[in-house]
Ligand binder design. Structure first.
Ligand SMILES: Cc1ncc(C[n+]2csc(CCOP(=O)(O)OP(=O)(O)O)c2C)c(N)n1
Ligand SMILES: [Mg+2]
Length: 339
């Protein structure tokens, strides 16, 4: 079969795809927005303003940013699990609406009734936000089925974790997606852990790009900390799916810096491991260093960008703190009641 697993980390410097100044700036802005938004969400959780679940995306920013930059915004559909704030921000959903949903306010994207894992926007082609591990894989194939049925030329991007990759419904979905050659890219965000379980402890095989082998679905392993690598691989995978060749698997080798959720014993990995990723592989620092080294931007220019992003996040946090909670009558809206 046409397995195309490329260990992109092994690529030499000379064949790393290069970004233009504009692409680096776009990636920098988007990733920094996610980072600062998530830091603020973490603080607000600590202050008791956010309740329930809250899974932060810090460390993994290059994955959704590179893929979204390679996709057709407003046309291609995206769906993910519960670590979903970054996906919404890059897809253009209003940061105020996302933050207010986290604090359970009426101006939240789900009127404050859904919380961190349950937001959705048909307009932006973002289909959640799913708390059931692996559910988004089947739903993502459903979006691809709709695209093929309607012939609208869109591609569905379904993100899931290394832990979710061991769920049964993933393989039922792979089978049907290949059988019908659906336009779907399965993005496995391999951040090495499923809650506190390391991939080696839960997965019989840890090269997730190979998981489609028995269904004839090609896969590729990608350095998910380098937004250029992500973008390059995503371009090819999306083109594959859009041209009618069927599904493609991208395994993104990434890392989350924070705990799984807001309470995390942090006993399953060493502090040194986290520090090493932060210091040597950080996706934002990589772009920042490139912008400065190339002379495209000065420290001052980058500070101006950072200040602009801080202002967006502060505005979102203020809104999410001062907006009222939904009225009690909202308990009866947007639900189906059967007799
Ligand atoms: C069907 C189901 N089983 C178990 C859980 C509990 N659970 C929530 S997250 C998680 C781990 C998933 O890890 P992974 O897919 O690697 O995603 P990550 O959190 O690393 O992004 C588990 C077991 C759940 N939400 N749904
Ligand atoms: Mg994981």
């Amino acid at each position: 079969m046409a397995r195309k697993a490329v260990a992109t980390q092994a690529k030499t410097q000379s064949n790393i795809p290069q970004f233009t100044k504009e692409q680096d700036l776009e990636a920098y802005r988007e990733m920094l927005l996610i980072r600062r938004f998530e830091e603020k969400a973490g603080q607000m959780y600590g202050m008791g303003l956010i309740g329930g679940f809250c899974h932060l995306y810090i460390g993994q920013e290059a994955v959704v940013t590179g893929i979204t930059m390679a996709s057709e915004k407003g046309k291609d559909a995206q769906i993910t699990g519960y670590r979903d704030h970054g996906h919404m921000l890059v897809m253009g959903l209003d940061p105020k609406g996302v933050m207010a949903e986290l604090t359970g306010r009426s101006g939240g994207l789900s009127k404050g009734k859904g919380g961190s894992m349950h937001m959705f926007s048909n307009e932006h082609r973002f289909y959640g936000g799913n708390g059931i591990v692996g559910a988004q894989v089947s739903l993502g194939a459903g979006l691809a089925f709709a695209a093929k049925y309607k012939g609208d030329g869109s591609v569905s991007l379904a993100y899931f974790g290394d832990g979710a990759a061991n769920q049964g419904q993933v393989y039922e979905t792979f089978n049907m997606a290949k059988l019908w050659n659906l336009p779907v890219v399965f993005v496995i965000e391999n951040n090495k852990y499923a809650m506190g379980t390391a991939i080696e402890r839960a997965s019989a095989t840890t090269d997730f790009s190979m998981r489609g082998a028995s269904f004839n679905i090609p896969g590729e392993q990608v350095d998910g900390m380098d937004v250029r690598m992500v973008h390059d691989a995503a371009k090819r995978a999306i083109e594959h799916a859009r041209s009618g060749k069927g599904p493609f698997i991208l395994e993104m080798l990434t890392y989350r810096y924070r705990g799984h959720s807001m309470s995390d014993p942090a006993k399953y990995r060493t502090k040194e491991e986290v520090t090493q990723y932060r210091q040597e592989r950080d996706p934002i620092e990589q772009v920042k260093a490139r912008l400065l080294e190339s002379g495209f931007q000065t420290e001052e220019d980058l500070k101006t960008i950072e200040n602009g992003i801080r202002a967006i996040v502060t505005e979102a946090a203020d809104f999410a703190t001062n907006d009222p909670e939904p009225a009690a009558a909202e308990l009866w809206t947007d639900i189906t009641i059967s007799a």
